[in-house]
Design a protein around this ligand. Sequence first.
Ligand code: FES
Length: 261
Amino acid sequence: DFGTPASRATETVTLEIDGFPVTVPAGTSVMRAAAEAGISVPKLCATDSLDAFGSCRLCLVEIEGRAGTPASCTTPVTPGMKVRTQTPKLKQLRRGVMELYISDHPLDCLTCAANGDCELQDMAGAVGLRDVRYEAVENHFTPRNAGGDLNPQWMAKDESNPYFTYDPSKCIVCSRCVRACEEVQGTFALTIEGRGFDSRVSAGMASDSFLTSDCVSCGACVQACPTATLQEKSVIEIGTPERAVVTTCAYCGVGCSFKAE
Ligand code: FES
């Protein structure tokens, strides 16, 4: 996974990443250029098949002569650019970002259907997170707050779709599902409601479940989800198959891929 889609430009750009010269097509993201050079930048919201969105802030880099720490997935390469991906400051920032994610996430990894196949889990390890300093008293997954009142942000699982479940408590709002629905399937069934801490994925403002929404059950959102938020029911019921093949759905011409036993 190179993190962002390939550029089709014919002209090339040469830059330096962590001291290594890299030549890539113009319009390539810094993240993809790094991947082409064998340098992996931590990420959660970027994938090969979806337009970069820049929401998770895990892929921060330093660029010589440029203030701040831009997201490598949304920053295009420029000639002569000098990029650093692994400085102590970046490592500290990434651990801080990951700490915030984990402080608002259920810690039931051992019994979670995505255990061993979870990008949040992988990235927590990749950035070296060992401790979470923030006490999760009132967050998205807690049905009741510390005072015993129903948490106004809590949402029940949506199990209405026959093929997959939606568990908002595990959502990191990376919007990969929303973008997959739009960019891969062209359905526009999903959206993000609310702002900031109140943001959440929703199967359409006018619908109260996936089953009654415009969702066509193509599975593109499930495949795009980096956690167990959108999970195949078969995986929840019988676990991840030990051996799986990736097959392409023949239902329409989009070409969505699925794991099959
Ligand atoms: Fe770049 Fe998420 S991968 S901001």
